[in-house]
Design a binder for this molecule. Structure first.
Ligand SMILES: [Cu+2]
Length: 113
């Protein structure tokens, strides 16, 4: 897991995801989202990026997500709620127990509450 090659792949992936079309009325916020691994990252980002109005970039190292969105079309709450529905807690929303339970075993992060 700590091989330099992996670090390179992560860096390459990050630079690809940050190459999106610029959002209009963009707001950028950083929030904590609980999770474990690279699979969590793709689930969180898939849920967060499921509309063209938002872009979520989550780091498995810091558990912090950079959320950018069109503030006239959506909100941070809407995006975090979508991520909660996918099984991931944030400080604002808790995932439904059923969504958490259906995550793969390696992704069942330690819940805060
Ligand atoms: Cu995971």
């Amino acid at each position: 897991m700590n091989l330099p090659q992996n670090a390179m792949i992560v860096l390459a992936a990050l630079s690809v995801t940050s190459c999106n079309v610029p959002l209009e009325n963009a707001k950028v916020e950083t929030v904590k989202i609980y999770g474990n691994c690279g699979m969590c990252e793709s689930t969180i980002e898939k849920a967060g990026n499921s509309t063209p109005d938002s872009n979520v970039d989550w780091s498995k190292d810091t558990k912090m997500a950079t959320i950018s969105y069109d503030s006239l079309k959506t909100s941070k709450e809407e995006i975090l709620q979508r991520i909660a529905q996918a099984g991931y807690d944030s400080d604002a929303f808790s995932a439904p127990d059923s969504a958490y339970a259906s995550l793969p075993g390696c992704c069942q992060y330690e819940r805060a509450q």
